[in-house]
Design a protein around this ligand. Structure first.
Ligand code: MN
Length: 248
């Protein structure tokens, strides 16, 4: 009873499994690539869902010639995190996401950043989205929707999510300048696109006003954290899934 392979998402406090990924193979969950990029690289994938003492968590590993990424995500966490992406500004943003969303999050990523940061940033979005989807399972009892407004000094950001299974990104963000210490902030749109696609999540990101790019991104990630914290939380009034269709 320490290890069960079959029922990935029992409706009640679940099975216990060791916190390490299984080797890649035919039974591994597919982790696709965002549609905007080719699919011709050699990909090794491994993923494993863990339901430990009622916790909703997942580990997803994705290795290609462009990036090597492993993410462990626990939805019912405390904000404990260990994040190493080799991109300091991205580390800072993902740190905020875990802290303010009360997610336990471990990310180990490296990629071909000698070319540019694009592959690594987008692929982290892919793997984080996949981990979120797997940790949610059938989404039984979850609130499904979440929304948050978060200010940071002169900036205000608003993020709304629906864990609908329907990927769609709306991204209304204007940055007064594009780079912070050489890092291309436009890549965050690709990150959110990948996250939305692979989590199966409707994601709206709006920044009505803001002056400082660091503040703008920081308030976005805090708002995403609060919105996701709300959306993934369990509502005892929800029996099954919160959908008149009966599935999400
Ligand atoms: Mn900051």
């Amino acid at each position: 009873m320490k290890t069960m392979k079959k029922p990935l998402h029992p409706p009640a406090p679940g099975v216990v499994a060791p916190a390490r990924p299984e080797p890649a193979g035919p039974s591994s969950s597919p982790v696709g690539r965002a549609p905007s990029r080719g699919n011709n690289s050699t990909t090794r994938r491994a993923s494993r869902l863990l339901n430990t003492r009622g916790q909703r968590q997942a580990i997803v590993e994705r290795n290609t010639t462009e990036s090597q990424i492993r993410i462990a995500l626990a939805l019912d966490g405390t904000g404990t995190r260990r994040i190493h992406t080799t991109i300091p500004f991205l580390d800072h943003m993902l740190d905020l996401l875990a802290k303010h969303g009360f997610f336990d999050l471990t990310i180990r990523a490296k990629g071909d950043t000698h070319i540019d940061d694009h592959h690594t940033v987008e692929d982290i979005g892919i793997v984080l989205g996949e981990a979120l989807k797997q940790a949610l399972g059938k989404k039984e009892g979850v609130k499904r929707f979440g929304t948050a407004w978060v200010p940071l000094d002169e900036t205000l950001a608003q993020v709304t999510v629906d864990l609908s299974g329907r990927p769609y990104l709306v991204y209304n963000v204007k940055l007064p300048h594009r780079r912070i210490k050489g890092f291309d902030l436009y890549l965050f749109e690709d990150f959110f696109q990948a996250l939305s696609t692979h989590a199966g999540m409707n994601l709206h990101v709006n920044v009505p006003y803001g002056r400082n790019p660091h503040h703008i991104l920081e308030s976005i990630f805090k708002a995403l954290a609060k919105a996701l914290d709300q959306a993934v939380s369990l509502d005892p009034r929800v029996s099954g899934v919160l959908s008149t269709k009966g599935s999400l």
